[in-house]
Write a protein that binds this ligand. Structure first.
Ligand SMILES: [Zn+2]
Ligand SMILES: [Zn+2]
Length: 451
């Protein structure tokens, strides 16, 4: 755009609107770089004043009209100073800008409102958003179409940026567009602030050292959680869970409002979780404190659970890690140890022959009857990688099995009335049941997780 065109365009806008430096400059936001829109607005008004004083010295009346317009509709103090120097003191005082309603004069006030709302919330990164009144948006659209402005930027972009700069500088925060700790949404023009506090994610591994604890809180099947005779008004099937054993310490140290537990799969309620433990992420909702000392957290959890569970490998994580843990449930390798009971005594050679089957063994497993109430009835194909046998007596042996995540091991042993094929019962030619089951390893490549 030529200087003449830009000047003429600014001149026409000022004839029609009372407009502040920011709002005038914003119509030319694509011109130049490293400037604020206020810089642009002041530059244009300065040029217009320089041209108008030239006119004034040739044709006083015409020049006065132009300079008065700059002083009044342009809110431009140098224009007012020029008129006063010439003895013209009756220029009316400027109204609020007709586009932004004076919001750009109050950036500091907006920033203070955000800063106040952030008291009591720890954040390292933030994103400022604005919800702008339709009157302001429409005023700007009207101006753009009236003067066919194609070089502007949306007022929203300017407000987000300018208020954001003040807040981040003041509080020493960084701006994060992808994944900020907190999004502050300011209503324009009344500066009411709403905070969207993002969750804090903490990764770890848990071992479960006693049987009979589910992984997560399990609402009572009878009453759905409202409380009834069956659950003794607790609303739960089991008095405690891995989630509920970990949660209180996490909530205490982060001052969060609640937690969500995300496990990399889950073991049966009656199975122990041993070895390195099972990976999990605990998501803290609306945490007030983020820079938790993780050593303190581990210590507090492990002391409070009295040996029922033990956590370790704790570190900070993010939403992506949760996604990967969920996705890893069937791809990761799991190792189990089971005590198997067979109906008819089996010769040792027959038992030990199981170790020499061609691996991997492909298993077709239809959804077990015991989980049909919560999982779709379909056939899943799973791999068994290795089988280890330690005979205990004529009818019992210890089975160590390494397999693909998602294989139901109890049913691989029993056959689940023909729903799992092949099964140990089928391979041995006698009914077999799993008497005890423990998870001894959940393999996840931690160093490939998106930390
Ligand atoms: Zn304005
Ligand atoms: Zn109940």
């Amino acid at each position: 755009m030529t200087l003449g065109k830009m000047n003429a365009s600014a001149q026409r806008i000022l004839r029609r609107y009372t407009i502040c430096d920011w709002c005038l400059g914003r119509q030319f936001a694509m011109q130049g770089y490293g400037l604020t829109n206020k810089d642009r607005g002041v530059a244009l008004k300065t040029l217009l004043l320089m041209t108008a004083t030239e006119v004034y010295h040739q044709k006083i009346k015409r020049g006065t009209t132009l300079i008065r317009r700059l002083a009044e509709k342009g809110q431009f103090e140098p224009a007012r100073a020029f008129l006063e120097k010439e003895g013209i003191t009756d220029t009316p005082h400027s109204q609020d800008c007709e586009i932004c309603q004076g919001v750009t004069n109050r950036f500091h006030k907006a920033a203070r409102a955000v800063i106040k709302s952030l008291e009591q919330w720890e954040a390292h990164s933030i994103l400022i958003g604005t919800k702008i009144s339709p009157t302001i948006i429409e005023a700007e659209e009207q101006l753009r179409s009236e003067f066919q402005i194609t070089t502007g930027e949306p007022i929203k972009a300017e407000l987000n940026r300018e208020i954001g700069k003040l807040v981040t500088t003041n509080l020493g925060l960084t701006t994060n567009f992808e994944n900020p700790d907190i999004v502050a949404l300011i209503q324009i023009p009344d500066f009411h602030v709403e905070l969207d506090v993002h969750s804090l994610f903490i990764y770890g591994r848990y071992k479960k050292l006693i049987r009979g604890i589910p992984q997560t809180r399990w609402p009572c099947r009878e009453c759905g959680g409202r409380g009834c005779q069956r659950c003794k008004d607790t609303g739960k099937m089991y008095p405690e869970s891995v989630e509920e054993l970990i949660a209180p310490s996490v909530i205490e140290l982060t001052q969060g409002s609640d937690v969500k537990f995300h496990g990399a799969g889950r073991e049966d309620i009656d199975a122990l979780m041993l070895g390195n433990g099972r990976p999990f992420v605990i998501e803290v909702l609306r945490p007030r404190i983020r820079s938790v000392n993780l050593d303190d957290l581990i210590m507090q959890i492990n002391e409070s659970t009295k040996g029922k569970i033990v956590v370790g490998n704790i570190r900070f994580a993010n939403k992506e890690v949760v996604k990967r843990l969920k996705g890893s449930a069937t791809s990761s390798k799991k190792v189990y140890k089971a005590i198997v009971h067979v109906e008819t005594p089996i010769p040792q050679e027959t038992l030990l022959a199981l170790e020499n089957l061609t691996m991997p063994l492909m298993i077709e497993q239809r959804t077990p009857q015991r989980v049909l109430h919560r999982r779709a009835d379909r056939v899943r194909k799973k791999r068994v990688h290795t089988i280890g046998i330690v005979p205990l007596n004529a009818q019992n042996f210890e089975l160590t099995i390494s397999c693909q995540g998602g294989l139901y091991v109890k049913e691989f042993i029993s056959g689940d009335e023909g729903r799992t094929k092949p099964s140990l019962a089928e391979l041995l030619g006698t009914p077999a049941v799993c008497q005890q089951l423990d998870v001894i390893d959940v393999e996840i490549a931690e160093d490939t997780l998106p930390w």
